[in-house]
Design a binder for this molecule. Sequence first.
Ligand code: G4P
Length: 534
Amino acid sequence: MLDSATNRPELPAEIARRRTFAIISHPDAGKTTLTEKFLLFGGAIQMAGQVRAKGEARRTRSDFMQMEKDRGISVSASAMSFDFKHFRYNLVDTPGHSDFSEDTYRTLTAVDAAVMVIDGAKGVESQTQKLFEVCRMRDLPILTFCNKMDRESRDTFDIIDEIQENLAIDVSPASWPIGVGPDFMGCYDMLNDRLELMDRADRNKVADSIEINGLGDPALAEHVPAHLLEKLIEDVEMARELLPALDPQSVLEGHMTPIWFGSAINSFGVKELMDGIGTYGPEPQIQRASPRAISPEEKKVSGFVFKVQANMDPKHRDRVAFVRLASGHFKRGMKLTHVRTKKPMAISNPVLFLASDRELAEEGWAGDIIGIPNHGQLRIGDTLTEGEALRVTGIPSFAPELLQGVRAGDPLKSKHLEKALMQFAEEGAAKVFKPTFGSGYIVGVVGALQFEVLASRIELEYGLPVRFDQSQFTSARWVLGEKKAVEAFAEANKLHIATDNDGDVVYLTRLQWDIDRVARDYPDVTLSATKEMM
Ligand code: G4P
């Protein structure tokens, strides 16, 4: 076995054994199935099928109302912890709606690595590519799982070539499939010279590994039929010649991805992947923050909110803030400082996410995700510390790609609408802009389905029917610059100006031409498609 990837040898053992990661994939590649097998082997669930019923992956419009009823459950699926061998895995779910939302991006700010799941017949699909680009922006290490090898799939070299070319990343095979489709019988483990054979009869069973003394070992022929063996030897020799060997450092830096081949539904290749995450997926990393970075081994506890889920119980309007611990050893009951408001917060009922249940968290270490129930004090991007004024940076907010006006079905209830909109804005579910001219609000989202999701949530949670109408604007940009320059710009462009829910100035338009004009005519302000959340 190669050395594991570590760039933080000084970490205490409890932190060093943590692996916090997300799965990125295109819908249908097998994320839910793989998650379920992780939990099964991690001892967090007793049988397959428990996650699928609850998961967010199948969220469609018609599922939505029911899903809302199950909201408490879907929350616990947002972060899942389980142990395997000596590692503690924290899997953070990337929301799986067919639409793309900012939540997905922000989830990736809370993890140290990503597992990219692709379908062996389809290769790299659009959503995988998008998510991959976000991982790349953050230099996240990526481990690849090529799923559904039990079905007809593409040639192994083709799949690897496609990843290398489309994603511009080196690919190193950690395993090599033997046979295709109905002939697929397992993999040759290229890292350990082992044979891993799939059990088609029992989907939840993992067959024992067979130790092999290299490709020349006659024992291979006892397990692999001659016609498959010949191709296997030829392929593996060619792969070793043509493809880069696994370099843990390069994986850590995000330049190389190891790839495992398997079949999640048949539990095949999953344990090898889990071992791989343990070995090559890094331990908790240093967190970017201002005015200084935070190291996980620091004694003092700190963490940041990367997701807020509101109205889990409509009667109470409670919310859970998902906090990634960035440093230290957290214990229940601790008083932490909420840096944005400088107020102390006693964290008396934090929640740990152990797959099927939400459990009270007695403690947590850097790398863990805890849930903090609150009444709206905690917002996305907020930092909690033991007193120091640190602010975690790099949690982005993206300009929405779709804008619509919104009106309350009952005009007398516009105050209620305002309240609902503000809450969704704080939750990060939508952008809400108040134009300087005219009345009403403009709501911005990243994917069209989100308008419908918002409308049904407002109706469900606030008893308020709403209508979305076409807006005269199609693009929104934050106006950045010195306060005076921004004010002068806003004054001169009143018809295009709005404020977001934080009071920041936004420029609305329907023409790219306008955006170009501003760049030309107002050199002292910048129009930005992203804003950092504080
Ligand atoms: P997702 O979360 O990425 O969207 O994918 P999910 O796990 O839900 O899997 C999508 C479909 O692919 C499911 O079939 C699932 O059973 C199937 N699948 C997952 N892994 C494998 C595999 O290794 N081999 C094969 N052959 N199929 C796999 P479905 O018919 O859409 O749903 P279901 O009826 O099985 O629940």
